[in-house]
Design a protein around this ligand. Sequence first.
Ligand code: TAP
Length: 499
Amino acid sequence: MSNVTRPDFATRATNLSIEGRAFINGDFVGALSERTFHTINPATGKVLAEVAECDVADVNRAVEAARRAFEDGRWRNLSPKDRKWALLRLADLVESNIEELALLESLDTGKPVDDALAVDLPDCIETLRWHAEAIDKLYDQVSPTAGDVVSLIVREPIGVVAAVIPWNFPLVILALKVAPALAAGNSIIVKPAEQTPLTAIRFAALAAEAGIPAGVFNVLPGYGETAGQALGRHMDVDCLTFTGSTEVGRYFLKYAAESNIKRITLELGGKSPVIVMEDVTDLQPVVEQIAKGILFSQGENCSAGSRLLVHEGVKDRLLAAVVEHFKTWRVGNPLVAGTKLGAVIEERHMERILGYIEAGVSEGGRIVLGGKRILQETGGFFIEPTVFDSVDNKMKIAREEIFGPVLSTITFRDTDDAVRIANDSDYGLAASLYTNDLHTAHKVSRAIRAGTVSVNCFSEGDQSVPFGGFKQSGFGGREKSFAAHDQYSQLKTIWIQLR
Ligand code: TAP
C-alpha cells in the first residue's frame, strides 16, 4: 500500500466509536445480567472497550430468537437467489467499511493493520461472496429407481447453528462459518473469543443493513466457560461449529454427548512441518516462505509452519539465510506502515510463549535468533522473531502448539526420515514441502498425514479447496469449498410411490 493513500490509522483510532453490546433478534442489547467485561488493546495493554458479558440467560434468549426465525421461514424459505443477493450486499458493505473494520481488528488482536487490510478483510469478503455465489448453483439429486417411483435426495438447512470462534483471525473465521451457514438457510449465533469480540459486533450491524432478517444472525460476546458452554449444551442448537484449541474442542464433543447429540465440527490446533529437501537450489524464495509461514500473524496461526525440517546437507546455509531474513521482519506498533509483526494477543499468552522458549533452551535447543520480549515501554505484548537450532522432535517445543513467532529447526537424513518426523505429531493440519523434484513432490505430499500439503509455497489454498485437519487437528467436516456446505445442511430422502 502506498503511503500517499494510506489512512492515518493512529488518528482514526482515537475517533473510533465502538459498539460493545450483543446483537440478538435484530437489536443491540446488553447482557440480561447487565454485566460487562473489558477488551484490551494488546499493543498498549490499555482497555479498548466495554463489552456485554453474555451468559446462559442470553444464550437462551438468542437460541429462542434463532429458532423462531428458522421455523417461520423468514430466511430459509427465501429462494437461494434471494439469499445470495443479501449475502452479496453484506460483502459489499464489509468492503465499503473495510478501513474501519481493519482498524478495529488490528486494535482488538494486535495484528498489523496493514495485514488486516490486505489479508483478513479481503479474505472475509471473498468467503462471503464465494458461498453466496455457490448457493444457487448447488443442485439436488434424483436417485435411480423403477419407473413407478420418484426418489429425491434433497439438501436442507440443519436449523440453529452456533459458532464458537478464536481470537487469531476473528473476521476470517467468522466468515468461514457464517457464509455457508447463512447461504444454506440456517440461523446462526456467533460467540466470538473474549479477547476479540468487536468486529463480530460491527459485522452484525452490517448484516442487518444488508437485509439479513432479525433473529437469523446473532452475536453473543461472553466467556467460553459460560456462553460457549451454554451453546454447546443447548438442547435446541442443532449444529455447533468450533475453531480453537484441541483442548477446548474436546469439551464440545462431551457437551454434545451429554445434551442433544448436536452435530459438531472442530477446526483445531496444528504443529505444521516445513520440509526442505537437499535438491532445492534457490534458497531465498524458500526462506521468504518460511518467514511467512511462522511470522505472519505473530505466529498465531493454526497452520503456522512451526517445525522446520531441513536436510542435513543444506541446513547450515538455509539457517543462516533464515536468520538474516527474519531480522527484516519489523516488530512494532500495528498501526504504523511497515510493521510486519504486531503484539501477541495478551499478557498471559506472551508469558506462555516465553515459557516455551525457556523449555526449548532447557531441553537442549539452541537459540540462534531472538527469544525475548521487546518494546515493554509501550505496555504491549511484543516478542522477537525466534529461531531455534538443534531441536529434537521429542522436545516440548516440537510437539506442542506455541502459537507465537518461534521456529524450531530439526535436521533429517533422507526422505523417509523427513516423512517419519513430519508425521510424528498428534496434529495433522498442514505441511509445506520444498523440492525441485516432481517425483519427491508427489511421493512426500501423499505420505504426509495432513489436511493441506503445499508444495514450494506456504499456502492454505483459496476458497475453492477444503480446509481442515487430520488427527487431533480436526473433526467432523471441512471449511471452505462445497465441503463447507455439508457442515450446515442435511440430506433428506423423499420416496414417492406413483399410482
Ligand atoms: P480456545 O481457547 O480453544 O478458545 C476458542 C473459543 O472457545 C473461544 O471463543 C473461547 O471463549 C471458547 N471456549 C474456551 N473455553 C471454553 C469452554 N470450556 N467451553 C466452551 N467454549 C470455550 O482457542 P484460542 O486460544 O481462542 O485460539 C487459539 C487456538 O485456536 C489454537 O489452538 C489454534 O490452533 C486454534 N485455531 C485453529 C484454526 C483451524 S482452522 N484449525 C484456526 C484458528 C485457530 P473465550 O475466549 O471466552 O475463552
